[in-house]
Design a protein around this ligand. Sequence first.
Ligand SMILES: Cc1cc2nc3c(=O)[nH]c(=O)nc-3n(C[C@H](O)[C@H](O)[C@H](O)COP(=O)(O)OP(=O)(O)OC[C@H]3O[C@@H](n4cnc5c(N)ncnc54)[C@H](O)[C@@H]3O)c2cc1C
Length: 324
Amino acid sequence: MAQLIADKRDVDFVLYEQLGAEHFEKTARYKGQNRKMFDLLLKEARNFAIKEILPLNEEGDRIGLKFENNQVQVPESFHRVYKLFREAEYISMSEDPEVGGQGLPVLVTQAALEYLLGADFAFSAFGFATHGAAKMIEIFGTEKQKQLYLRNMYSGRWAGTMVLTEAEAGSDVGALTTSAVKNDDGTYSITGNKIFITCGDHNVTENIIHPVLARIEGAPAGTRGISLFIVPKIWVNDDGTLGEPNDVVCTGIEEKLGLHASPTCQLAFGGKGKCRGVLLGEENKGMRVMFHMMNEARLGVGALGLCNASCAYLYALNYARERV
Ligand SMILES: Cc1cc2nc3c(=O)[nH]c(=O)nc-3n(C[C@H](O)[C@H](O)[C@H](O)COP(=O)(O)OP(=O)(O)OC[C@H]3O[C@@H](n4cnc5c(N)ncnc54)[C@H](O)[C@@H]3O)c2cc1C
């Protein structure tokens, strides 16, 4: 069979001959896991990527997103495949079983990601933005926050984003003007406008959890005064049920070269004064927390570059071989 996304022999070489992934079974943490399990994961990820994700490119490119009444709709074909993606637990492959993960080594799951990301980034981005947001809650969240969000996010029931950029605050994130005012019940009222938010709105999941950078009233200027808040699209009640819409409105989507099915959104928080968030980590220390997700995103973007280059090369190679 022609290689379409990543060359299987190449992946196996890097994993086992170069990096020695078989040695994981000798470590205490991964005891009981072996090459047979890793190969099975990679085989399933590869088959799923080729059979289910790769065909989404056509509808994603030709039909793309619909933006109506401040809501983003993804191509119809995404819904069935996302359900299968969730069932296969691809978002939480390397997470602890206690939070709903499969507990596999990141080295191995990264190889599986090469197939999944390489097949169609517009589709896979829904899951991988979610992972980074959930990971911050796992590391920095309170017990209550972990209980409310982790399983719902790692399972892909709810999606996640990262919300930093504003029209006048890109590289210079310390210039942001989104504000947070503490309420009597311990929540914060959030007000501000953000741009360029990947998967900022869509109808793939029933809720979207936004980690939002904002400045608490009276906090210092620059990055030293930035805090991070968990701001759900639909409010999450203390018992885990969904409440009212949380005044997070998508005001537009960007045109992205070639990525027509990936919603990069402009979001308005608290336009009606009714957007609430809860603090993640400590006041004024939001950048430290957000860097965990930014670093994961940087590695993801690197992996994506590799996947796209690999895919493009293999398509060209197959074409050259078949052409008389
Ligand atoms: C496809 C896409 C998806 C994105 N997804 C997200 C997301 O999910 N969440 C989110 O919050 N943001 C997202 N972003 C925004 C991204 O983080 C910003 O684009 C980035 O922070 C750069 O900001 P900017 O585009 O305003 O560029 P600017 O900050 O205006 O920079 C423009 C140019 O000026 C240079 N520059 C800037 N400052 C200086 C300086 N002080 N000295 C010298 N040179 C300088 C930069 O290197 C760059 O070349 C996304 C962007 C894109 C394109």
